[in-house]
Design a protein around this ligand. Structure first.
Ligand SMILES: Cc1cc2nc3c(=O)[nH]c(=O)nc-3n(C[C@H](O)[C@H](O)[C@H](O)COP(=O)(O)O)c2cc1C
Length: 219
């Protein structure tokens, strides 16, 4: 039986320019995820993009007053209630931008527990791509989210490049990350929040430790 509620994908973009490469990367990741979800399950997908530049003043006010505006409350609720999250920041001074961090500072630290997330960043230089691993991944680990293995970094020269013998091009990384997010979202929503991707019905996501020991025992 198909569930009828649409899956909710939320993309957070902390890009400041207009047009913004960060927003473009968020849109591409959302489209790739939707495409894979549509291929795997007959279920509507709603995409909601949150541009943090529109909420910059509200974010600063919330940090000092402790109270969110209606628009910011709506954005925080959308993120915490999403089935899958796409989080994209520009690299500023070798890390995530202050606006990006400030927004996630306002999210209760257990509110993203178990939530499938793709992390992504844009930058002027490819030399800062490890920002995804040393800054974004630990941030979402602290927030207890489930970050998919493929993270996506787009330096200026990556747009329009098809990669080389060592690195995949941007479009194929986007497709891979979108596929991983789709699998994580479906794994989580098929029959409850704790089901791991790839498990059949009736299979437990967690194998009791005693059983793991018994399975290992040699006769
Ligand atoms: C204040 C500031 C600091 C930046 N620091 C870095 C940096 O350390 N490393 C880098 O690769 N790019 C850096 N950039 C470039 C931006 O990350 C890059 O232009 C980004 O893609 C802009 O995103 P947008 O088009 O969505 O605004 C910096 C840009 C600004 C404005």
């Amino acid at each position: 039986m198909f569930a009828t509620t649409p899956l909710r994908l939320v993309a957070v973009s902390a890009g400041l320019s207009q047009p913004s490469s960060t927003r473009l990367l968020a849109d591409r990741l959302a489209a790739a995820t939707r495409e894979r979800l549509a291929a795997e399950q007959d279920r509507d997908v709603e995409i909601h993009v949150i541009e943090l530049r529109d909420l910059a003043v509200d974010i600063a006010n919330h940090l000092v007053s402790g109270f969110p505006s209606a628009g910011l409350r709506e954005a925080i609720d959308a993120v915490t209630e999403a089935d899958g999250l796409i989080a994209v920041t520009p690299v500023f001074t070798a890390s995530y931008s202050g606006l990006f961090k400030s927004f996630f500072d306002l999210i209760e630290h257990t509110a993203l527990t178990g939530k499938p997330v793709v992390i992504a960043a844009t930058g002027g230089t490819a030399r800062h791509s490890l920002v995804l691993e040393h800054a974004l991944r630990p941030l979402f680990a602290y927030l207890r989210a489930v970050t998919v293995p493929t993270s996506v970094y787009a330096a200026s020269e990556d747009w329009g490049s098809s990669g080389d013998e060592y690195t995949e091009g941007l479009p194929s990384r986007i497709r891979r990350a979108g596929g991983e997010l789709a699998s994580a979202v479906l794994g989580r929503t098929v029959s409850g929040a704790s089901r791991a991707p790839g498990l059949d019905d009736g299979e437990d996501a967690v194998v009791p430790f005693e059983q793991q020991l018994a399975d290992l025992r040699l006769d």
